[in-house]
Design a protein around this ligand. Sequence first.
Ligand code: DGL
Length: 224
Amino acid sequence: MKIGAFDSGIGGTTIMNEVKKLLPDEEYYYIADSKNCPYGNKSDDELKIIVTKNVEELRKWGAKIIIIACNTATTRCINFLRQTYPNIKFIGTEPAIKLATSTDTKTILVMATPGTIASERTKSLLKENQKPGQNITLLPCPGLADTIEKYLNTNDEQKIDDKLNELLANQAAPDAIVLGCTHYSLIKDHIKSIFPNSKLIDGNLGVAREVKKAVSNLSSLYQK
Ligand code: DGL
């Protein structure tokens, strides 16, 4: 089956790696939209234009399932996309707050783009999942995704640590950190060097499982 995916760049590859482990034989089309990176500081109107362009491109290639491999585009635009393209199965990526709060973790730091942190979806994820006694801090990380996009695997990788140190300067070590942007899963080592004892949580496996479910549902539909 043809499966499309997009993100503002390399972040979504962290999702695709998990998806390909569960579904190695599908046909994948991935848009790394680095020209529009970062998504995280854009208005809803700007994002709607960007995601529509990506979806149109993936549709041309015949994608039946589209993975929004980006928390920002999911939390701000998935409803719009589902309404606009009712015949495409969209699988979104959102901050793994549900997973992080499902254990007895007491202090949780959610790192995400300003757009994701400010979204209604993040607010409802908190409301639905926060347990009594759990202390959850939402930390917008302006500039982090684009710094990763620009400097990961270059001689200037120190710039990523500088940015992280600036963003995390006033944070106490939490029990768990939710990586609420797919780019952040690429810098687990950098985050661990600041908070070595915090558990890092992303929703990548959950997304991959959803894709697997969607593929088997669609396949059985085509066989009928
Ligand atoms: N990787 C994306 C996310 O998960 C977008 C980052 C950005 O472009 O700001 O939010």
